[in-house]
Design a protein around this ligand. Structure first.
Ligand code: PNS
Length: 160
């Protein structure tokens, strides 16, 4: 059974993340979306809310499960029996950070591989931060995130 973890902050999940997730789900038997549960990081959504939104957006993906995790990613991979970490790469600007994270994870546990999937060009500009910024200024985010997420982001930024 080949299990992979697609880890991230997902505050919130975007269509770019979803595309990487779907492609990973076609390569592995199971993909676990690991939502970082970092209380120090002041997100727009709590880890529980992020998990709920991702569950809603992925209910048609049978081999995908969503969980949040604390601590080291490689320890979470061990806990769930995953031998691979999935990361999306949008552009060369992502590369330096991703290489450092790969090196740290590989140093900690070389049995867990990192698999990089390139974002589709149409998503190369897309990030959770871009979505939040556009929403704060009243821009249209409907084609950047799943419909349930767009609704929640709009509600949340209007409250602030
Ligand atoms: O979507 P992000 O914010 O780029 O995801 C980063 C994430 C959650 C994958 C990364 O911060 C992480 O793995 N955090 C857990 C702590 C850890 O294992 N750090 C060691 C690698 S540097």
């Amino acid at each position: 059974m080949k299990i992979a973890v697609y880890a991230g902050s997902f505050d919130p999940i975007t269509n770019g993340h979803l595309d990487i997730l779907k492609r990973a789900a076609s390569l592995f038997d199971h993909v676990i979306v690991g939502v970082l549960n970092n209380n120090e990081k002041n997100g727009l959504f709590s880890p529980e809310e992020r998990v709920d939104m991702i569950n809603d957006a992925t209910h048609d993906l049978e081999n995908v499960r969503v969980m949040h995790f604390n601590g080291l990613l490689v320890d979470f991979c061990d806990k769930v029996g995953a031998k691979a970490i999935i990361r999306g790469l949008r552009a060369i600007s992502d590369y330096e950070y991703e290489v450092r994270m790969f090196a740290a994870n590989y140093h900690l546990n070389s049995k867990v591989e990192t698999v990089f999937l390139m974002s589709q060009p149409k998503y190369s500009f897309l990030s959770s931060s871009v979505v939040k910024e556009i929403a704060y200024y009243g821009g249209n985010i409907n084609d950047m995130v799943p419909p349930n997420v767009a609704e929640e982001v709009k509600k949340r930024v209007n409250k602030r």
